[in-house]
Each structure stands twice: as C-alpha cells, then as structure tokens.
Design a protein around this ligand. Structure first.
Ligand code: FAD
Length: 531
C-alpha cells in the first residue's frame, strides 16, 4: 500500500494547526485513522479532481477505509472535536462541479481504485457481495457503497442475475449514483436506481452506523436516496436484482418532427408494467443538430461512418433530427419470437421509414457501451477535458417550447457532444426520497453532455458552452418552464431553496437530525459548515 505511515503525525499536526484540534480527539483520531490516512501527492491530486475538470480543491488528507467502522471512527473524530473538520465521501469522482471535493478536511475514497479495494480485501472487512432471495423470487445483492456498478454487474452475472435499473455508464459508484438518482432508459419501467434499493447501511454526520429501509429508520433511508451526500455516507446497499437476459436487440430510428418523436416516446413509456413481450426494455433518444452528430456521437459508434445518414436528405425542420433509441432483451428461449415482437412494436411508431438501424449484441456489451466510447476518446486525448454538462428534468407540458428555443435556436448547429432526451414516468419515483422532479406525471431528461476543447473554434470553448448553459437556464426561468436540475449545481442557499421547493423544509429537518454540524459533502455548497 502507498499510504505513508510516517506522514500520519504530520497529518494530525496539519489538522491541529488548520482546524485547531485539541489533544484528546487526536488520540481518538490516531486510533480511528490507523493506516487509512494518506497525504501522498498522488492521492491528494486524485481527490482534488473530478470528471467535470473545471474545479480543483485539494483536501488536507485522503482516507482509504477498509470497513464501515473506519468511516465511523473518522466521522466521529470530525464530529466530536471542538472545532471539527469536514469529511466528504468520494465515489469515482465523476461529478461535474466539485461535489465530492473538500478544502479543510478529509476525502474518503469509497471506490479508491485498486488501492482501496485491495486494502478492503486484505482486511476482509468489506461487505462481500451476497446474493439472496426475499419475497418469493425477488433477489438482491448487498454491496459496498464504493463498489462500481460494472463490478456489481460482473458479480451478479455469475448467478445469472443483474440489477434492474441502470445508468448509461457503469464506472460510477453505487453510493455516488444513489446520492443522485441513477437513471437510464430502464427508468420508465423500473424507476431510477434509488427506487430499486431495499436497504442501506449509512454512517451519519454524527458518526453513527445505522441500517435503514422503508420500514426501519425510514427518515434516513429516504433522506439519503437522492440526498446529495448530505445525511450520511452509504457503506452498504441492498440492490434489487432480476434474471439477466443474454442478448439485446438495439434499435435506432429517426424523426424529423419533434411532436411525432415525443408522441412515440411517451407512448412507449406508457407501456410500463405490460408483459415483457409487449414493451421495450429501454427507451432513450437524442437530438442531432449537425451532420456529424450521427457518426460523432461518442456514446456509441452505432451509425457507421462508412454509411452516414445525410441529414440534408431527411427533410428536417430547423435542421434538427431526433433519434429514438430502444432495446429489447432476449435469450435462447425467446430468440425465435423476438423479431416478431419488435416488428409489432415498431409498427405502432411514426418514424422515417427508411431510418431503421438495428444491431444485436450481448447484454453486457450493451450495458457497458459508453465505456467503449471512453476508451476511444481516451486514446485520442479527448476524455480528460472540461465537461460543462447540464442535466435538466423538463416537464412534459413544456418540452415543445424547449425544443423550439433550445434545440432549434440556442444550440446553433454545433453541439460539442451528445444531447440526450427521454421521458420518464414520475409514478416510479418515491416522493419521500430527497431528489426533486417536476410536478407532472411525465417529465423529460434533457442531458447536454458536452466537452470543451482547445480546437481554436470558438463554439467549442468552455466559456462558449457555459454561456450557452446560462442562456438555456435563463430562457427556462423567464418563460416559466419549471425545470429541475438533475445532478444539481447551485452556490447559494437561496438557489437551493428554490431547487427543493416544497421539499426544502424536510431537507433542512433531516440535515439537522443527521448532520447537525454540516460536516458532510460540503462540495455541494448547500450548507455552510457550522464551525
Ligand atoms: P462522486 O462524483 O464521487 O460523488 C458524487 C456525490 O455523491 C458527492 O457529493 C459525494 O460526496 C457523494 N457520495 C459519493 N459516494 C457516496 C457514498 N457512498 N455515500 C454518500 N454520498 C456519497 N448519471 C445518471 O443518473 N445516469 C447516467 O446515465 C449517467 N451517466 C454518466 C456518464 C458519465 C461519463 C459521467 C461522468 C457521469 C454520468 N452520470 C450519470 C452522473 C453520475 O451518476 C453522477 O455524477 C454520480 O455522482 C457519479 O458517481 P461517482 O461515484 O463518481 O460520485
């Protein structure tokens, strides 16, 4: 392990001199920290960065916990010392705006890459994934909060099982996505990932390790789900599983008319709860504003560059095309009927007839599709660049206004990255969880997943893209479109109050109950530390 034990006295001295810890808590810290604390340059550097690449905050130290008890010791030390210090869990650091970063405090590397995992395995204190059954045939797995979803998938597949609800990208941690919501094209049917968790172990801001569920300590359970790390650190999650399919039929069809596109998307998500043979398993979509959009969409190289679709030949309105992306899972037992089932469903849709693109692939390859794109971008040096991403939940009643002004106006004819759009059923979300969504039965995720480049082109610069984001938010505000930011980013409590709306008082009450000293996840900028 790289942790430099000789640096421990220095760390403690540093914490004393910076945050004024007195002698008594240091003894506790010594006990609690053991060899989990690191001030290695590489650890500090990693913990000060995230995928957004726009904010860099160096912590005082980094913790590599080997068990939930290590986290309890650290948070207790932070909570009990007279002047205290802050603690922030970091999953895989895939936030955009420094949400897992911290200045005067300790970052807990929950995923910790190979180092953290190796340490936990050596100590054998980790939550070993356990597959079990409950409520008849519904299975679940217990996983460590810092586990990456790709590892959860690998593990559960060994038993022919898999989680039900996903994100598009699997190199995210369980605790990180559960602190937001965790959404992808399965959410219309199963709800977000936070609707597919049975139980959690959480270390609160007072350093208590509490098991919670809908039935037990439910305030904490609901608070933590979508709670932006404000109420506790998830150390174990019990994730609902289903029988894993073997293969996926992945289909893309194009539209040149926005209202036809959204009518079809909304029809498809209205089929949730129907027998599997009568609905798709995944419904997403994206917007294409430029010729290169189809082949340049980094999320997958589905449309072959050798066989490009000429947007100009498709009679678009305002130069914009919309792509519906759907999948149907199958295995050996359904391989004979899958084509008829897909055909029957496609017949009900109104896409451009010549624009059906279909591919077959193993289930794992479909779920892990964005990672392939990541590897390609990495090889070109295009992954570790600033990502001024903006994710919005837009109410269904105003999505056409959004299209008119944003897709056909503000974005111009260059997007600098994929623009996802898909509808979600609100009845699959538990209103007691902390996450906020628009007040309509159906709302859309619009994800502007853009990369800033120093290519010499003004439209690709960080400043230009950030300015566009501001214009989009200003337009929504001025025209009364009650959007909610997903993976929200605000800097003042006034803005946060506006974001949470009716839920603010409950959020505040839960904060006072579970993290009264405002120790946790200060990188979200919701609460000022109280010391
Ligand atoms: P981090 O960035 O490390 O942390 C995020 C927040 O959660 C921080 O405030 C942190 O303190 C807190 N936190 C982390 N771990 C814990 C824990 N164990 N307990 C309590 N709090 C914790 N999201 C989707 O919903 N759907 C997608 O399809 C999707 N695709 C993505 C694709 C890419 C390439 C990227 C970069 C992001 C994507 N996201 C998606 C967003 C992603 O879900 C969030 O950024 C999430 O927070 C990332 O998880 P992480 O483990 O990296 O968390």
């Amino acid at each position: 392990m790289n942790t430099n034990k000789f640096l421990l006295p220095f760390v403690i001295y540093h914490l004393i001199s910076t945050v004024g810890l007195t002698i008594h808590p240091i003894d506790n810290l010594r006990k609690g920290f053991n060899d989990q604390i690191s001030t290695d340059d590489s650890d500090i550097e990693t913990a000060s960065l995230d995928f957004g690449g726009m904010i860099k905050t160096k912590p005082l130290a980094v913790s590599h916990p080997t068990s939930a008890d290590d986290i309890v010791s650290l948070v207790k030390a932070a909570y009990n010392s007279p002047q205290g210090f802050m603690v922030s869990a970091r999953g895989h650091g895939h936030s955009i705006n420094g949400q897992a970063q911290i200045a005067n405090g300790v970052v807990i590397e929950m995923s910790g890459g190979s180092k953290g995992n190796k340490l936990r395995k050596e100590k054998q204190n980790l939550v070993l994934p356990q597959i079990s059954s409950m409520h008849g045939n519904s299975s679940y797995v217990d996983v460590w909060g810092g586990e990456l979803w790709i590892d959860v998938l690998d593990w559960t597949l060994q038993y022919g099982l898999a989680p039900k609800s996903w994100t598009d990208y699997l190199y995210l941690s369980v605790g990180g996505t559960l602190s937001n919501a965790g959404i992808s094209g399965q959410a219309f049917n199963y709800g977000p990932q936070i609707s597919n968790v049975h139980e959690l172990d959480v270390v609160t801001g007072k350093g208590e390790l509490i098991t919670c569920s809908k039935e037990k300590n439910s305030e904490l359970f609901h608070g933590v789900l979508g709670g932006l790390g404000q109420f506790g650190i998830i150390t174990r999650a019990r994730i609902a599983l289903e029988q894993a399919p073997n293969k996926v039929k992945w289909i893309r069809v194009l539209y040149n008319n926005f209202s036809t596109f959204t009518k079809d998307q909304e029809y498809l998500i209205s089929l949730h709860g129907k027998p599997i043979s009568e609905r798709f398993d995944y419904v997403e979509g994206f917007v294409i504003v430029d010729e290169l959009g189809l082949v340049n969409n980094w999320r997958s190289s589905f449309f072959s560059p050798k066989n490009p679709v000429k947007i100009s030949s498709l009679n678009t309105t305002g130069g914009v095309l919309y792509c519906l992306e759907i999948t149907k899972n199958y295995d050996d037992s359904t391989a004979n009927t899958i084509d008829q089932e897909v055909e029957a469903l496609l017949k009900k849709l109104d896409f451009i007839p010549s624009s059906v693109f279909t591919t077959d692939l193993p289930y794992v390859d479909f779920l892990d599709r964005v990672h392939k794109a990541e590897l390609k971008l990495r090889s070109k040096g295009l992954w570790d660049v600033p990502h001024p991403w903006l994710n919005l939940f837009v109410p269904k009643s105003r999505i056409a206004d959004f299209d008119n002004v944003v897709f056909k106006g503000i974005l111009g004819n260059k997007t600098s990255g994929p623009i996802l759009i898909y509808p979600i059923n609100k009845n699959k979300w538990d209103s007691q969880n902390s996450v906020v969504t628009p007040d309509e039965d159906v709302f859309y995720l619009v994800a502007l997943l853009r990369s800033a480049l120093d290519s010499g082109e003004e439209t690709q610069t960080l400043q230009y893209l950030r300015n566009q984001n501001r214009q989009i938010l200003k337009f929504c505000d001025e025209s009364g479109i009650n959007v909610k930011q997903y993976l929200p980013n605000y800097n003042s409590q006034k803005e946060w109050k506006g974001h949470f709306g009716d839920k603010w008082e409950l959020f505040l009450k839960r904060k006072m109950q579970f993290d009264p000293k405002h120790i946790l996840a200060t990188g979200q900028h919701i609460f000022e530390p109280s010391f």
